[in-house]
Write a protein that binds this ligand. Structure first.
Ligand code: HEM
Length: 331
């Protein structure tokens, strides 16, 4: 994960000005392919293009004609599944020692010793690749945008890095100690949650706020509305990572107040993976780089498939003038 992150940071430094959102998408897709399926997306640009076109058609009017976005998405899905089948079959024939998610799925057995069929494996891989990069792209774009708009928060996060002074490679133990950064990421996911909500089926009739909800109904939980609840968060519209310091812990007063990853038994399966990638990316970014928003761009959020700025987040990107050398002596 760190190697891929560093190579993208170098690339953006060379570009100097860039549209960040599509670049972030390539980055998260590369990480997902490598860590979940063990393939190198950067070397297979056709795979990435098919995936992008499929994603574009996911939330469109379902008219399956060859020239509609939906029709093109269906076609791309077939081609993606074919490519994924090749990957799965190759891995079945040549078992590897990879520790990626595909290996876990290949090894999985149910109580009767049955493994997943090729069809199931294909579906799971496609789901993982989608879930594993679309939401993260949105979260990282929001992080970069909010930090550019709140230089005082960025300065505090940088100060934490300098004070901790860990040299690379960063370990899980290092990341755990970045408590201010943790608060920043939590606040990013509160203010601009990548997923708007989810459905649950009502299993037993129940009463909520004086209304009877019958069995069998679908209930929609709303993440954004929950995160903007002024009975939970003070000045919910403000971007304020300090609301999560232990003395305030605003999200702890009521259960399920901070739910970017959903909640309960169907909570996001990739929550820890996502939090790790966000933190590692953020730490490597703020330690050595700075960026500013280019003028005259539309920063209004498009919400589908996940929130992102309309003009793709255009920035000037460079290495910080006063790059701290992170050496052992600063530990
Ligand atoms: C910031 C990044 C992410 C956010 C905000 C996010 C959010 C969510 C949400 C809200 C759900 C629905 C949970 C529910 O219904 O209660 C979900 C489900 C899921 N997510 Fe994520 N997710 C993220 C990253 C990831 C990653 C990186 C992966 C895979 C590595 C992943 C895999 C999944 C899967 C497989 C499910 C379905 C779980 C189930 O139905 O049991 N997600 N995610």
């Amino acid at each position: 994960m760190a190697d891929i992150t560093r190579s993208y940071l170098h690339k953006w430094e060379r570009l100097e000005t860039l549209k960040w959102y599509p670049e972030l998408r390539k980055y998260t897709f590369d990480v997902a392919c490598k860590l979940l399926v063990g393939t190198d997306a950067a070397a297979d640009s056709h795979f990435a293009e098919l995936f992008e076109e499929w994603c574009e058609g996911l939330f469109t009017i379902p008219v399956p004609l060859p020239w509609t976005k939906f029709g093109r998405a269906l076609r791309c899905r077939q081609q993606l599944l074919k490519r994924i089948e090749e990957i799965v079959l190759k891995r079945q024939q040549q078992p590897s020692s990879s520790q990626d998610a595909l290996e876990l799925l290949l090894q999985a057995r149910d109580e009767d010793g049955n493994s997943l069929s090729v069809q199931e494996l294909k579906d799971q891989v496609l789901l993982l690749l989608f879930a594993g990069h679309e939401t993260l792209t949105s979260a990282l774009a929001s992080l970069c945008l909010l930090l550019a708009q709140h230089p005082e928060v960025l300065a505090n996060a940088r100060a934490e890095q300098q004070q901790l002074g860990f040299e690379e490679p960063l370990t899980l133990e290092h990341l755990k100690q970045m408590t201010y950064l943790e608060q920043v990421l939590k606040e990013v996911l509160r203010v601009i949650p990548p997923v708007g909500g989810g459905f649950r089926e009502v299993l037993k009739p129940c009463e909520f706020n004086g209304y009877l909800i019958p069995q069998g109904w679908s209930a929609l939980y709303q993440v954004g509305r929950t995160h903007k609840d002024s009975s939970v968060y003070t000045q919910p519209e403000r971007f304020d990572p300090q609301r999560f310091i232990p003395e305030r812990s605003e999200d702890k007063a009521k259960p399920f107040s901070h739910i970017p990853f959903g909640g309960g038994v169907r909570e996001c399966l990739g929550k820890e993976f996502a939090k790790l990638e966000m933190k590692l990316f953020a730490a490597l970014l703020i330690r050595q780089y700075e960026w500013e928003l280019l003028p005259e761009q539309n920063l209004d959020m498009i919400m589908i498939p996940t929130p992102h700025p309309r003009d793709g987040l255009q920035v000037k990107f460079r290495r910080t003038a006063a790059t701290t050398v992170y050496t052992n002596s600063q530990k």
